[in-house]
Ligand binder design. Structure first.
Ligand SMILES: NC(=O)C1=CN([C@@H]2O[C@H](COP(=O)(O)OP(=O)(O)OC[C@H]3O[C@@H](n4cnc5c(N)ncnc54)[C@H](OP(=O)(O)O)[C@@H]3O)[C@@H](O)[C@H]2O)C=CC1
Ligand SMILES: Nc1c(N[C@@H]2O[C@H](COP(=O)(O)O)[C@@H](O)[C@H]2O)[nH]c(=O)[nH]c1=O
Length: 349
């Protein structure tokens, strides 16, 4: 059967069986564990279910160049002697159908007993010729892609949160940019003398989880002069062996203290100095950054707002009680990868 143009194949969308919804939650959670380590690839998760809907294995993509989520799940099943029972694959992103750094997942799935495939989102990568969904359908599988219908809404929202930075990166060649802004009870961003932060411990944990999840941090020379910030992942375990995070330092003057630059490189950063913030998204995109976080002072944030350079914005407001308030704004639409964090999401079970 000839391939139909993408979008024509309807991939009918029955109600989501509870077992498949459960599979999506497991697949998203597994993929989310590796967010920040997969760029320039997307984070992807895959659950394999038996005929009764029991989850046999859950795989996630760990790093570009290493096996995709489907292969991880298949290998786990095989190692445990469970592959004969595999019946349904639940994948957050359409299985690939091309040989890149690894082989096609569509064919790997066909080599198993799996014949029912639930897909969260079609692959937004325009360079991936021939969708895996069409291929699997043409080879006799029952293929379903999540649709914007009420029974799919929670699973679809989770898959969109997971894929938002990569989808944006594919569409524009630029990273998704998250601003994290901490405010004190008076609305000031400036810490008391002798301190660089004032947020509650749980908020600092969240800030470090965000550092772990993002491929680059954007700061500016005012913050460096005042705080000499480390900007490293410290309060949570970082991804072992990840590619160096990029530290983009904005300065119109192009002058950054040499000792700071040396120290930042010694901390493992790939440091880039940026004299024109308008050029920063392209610069980061060309370096393969899919998601970047801004940790800079009021002057740079004003520039970012004036130029519409942000996609979502987390405000952490401290009132001194130790229970900070979190507000998430999304510049366009309602999809944000910030919803992946339990602290910022009501989506978790
Ligand atoms: N509460 C929070 O969340 C945070 C608070 N802070 C606090 O903020 C304070 C520092 O803030 P602030 O003084 O406003 O400094 P910023 O960190 O905002 O840095 C300002 C500098 O950014 C550079 N810059 C401005 N516009 C551009 C542009 N268009 N392109 C490239 N570079 C540009 C300029 O550098 P140059 O002069 O070199 O040309 C400017 O001086 C500190 O007290 C720090 O603790 C910092 C981060 C987060
Ligand atoms: N003040 C403030 C933040 N500020 C950011 O954290 C930087 C310090 O990072 P580090 O040197 O790695 O501990 C500081 O320079 C600024 O970029 N972050 C927050 O979550 N809450 C806060 O209250």
């Amino acid at each position: 059967m000839d391939a139909l143009p993408r979008g024509i194949m309807p991939f009918p969308a029955p109600d989501l069986p509870e077992a498949v919804a459960h599979g999506f939650r497991a697949a998203v959670d597994e993929a989310a564990r590796h967010v920040g380590a997969t760029a320039p690839n997307p984070p992807v998760g895959c659950a394999l279910l038996d005929r009764d809907g029991v989850i046999l294995a859950v795989g996630g993509h760990h790093r570009a160049g290493t096996p995709h989520a489907e292969i991880q799940a298949i290998n786990q099943c095989r190692e445990r002697g469970l592959l004969d029972r595999a019946h349904t694959a639940v994948v957050t992103l359409e299985p690939c159908n091309h040989t890149g750094r690894t082989g096609p997942c569509s064919q790997a799935l066909l080599a198993t007993p799996v014949r029912t495939i639930w897909i969260g989102l079609r692959d937004p990568n325009p360079h991936v010729e021939g969708g895996g969904a069409d291929y699997l359908h043409q080879h006799g599988c029952s293929v379903h892609v999540l649709q914007p219908v009420p029974t799919h809404a929670a699973a679809l929202a989770a898959c969109r949160s997971l894929l938002a930075p990569f989808a944006h990166f594919m569409r524009t060649g630029q990273p998704w940019i998250t601003v994290k802004q901490a405010l004190d009870a008076t609305g000031s961003m400036v810490p008391p003398a002798g301190q660089t932060t004032f947020s509650a411990p749980a908020s600092l944990d969240l800030a470090h989880k965000l550092r772990r999840a993002t491929d680059a941090v954007i700061t500016a020379s005012g913050t460096i002069r005042t705080d000499s910030p480390a900007l490293t992942v410290r309060r949570v375990a970082d991804h072992p062996g990840r590619a160096p995070r990029i530290l983009a330092i904005c300065t119109r003057m192009g002058e950054v203290d040499e000792a700071y630059l040396l120290a930042a490189r010694a901390r493992g950063f790939d440091v880039r100095v940026c004299t024109d913030i308008a050029a920063l998204p392209d610069m980061l995109g060309q370096a393969g950054v899919t998601w970047a976080m801004v940790e800079a002072g009021p002057a740079l944030l004003a520039e970012i707002v004036a130029r519409n350079l942000w996609h979502d914005w987390l405000t952490i407001t401290a009132d001194g009680s130790g229970m900070d308030r979190y507000d998430v704004r999304v510049r366009e639409g309602d999809v944000t990868p910030l919803r992946l964090f339990p602290e910022l999401s009501g989506m978790k079970e």
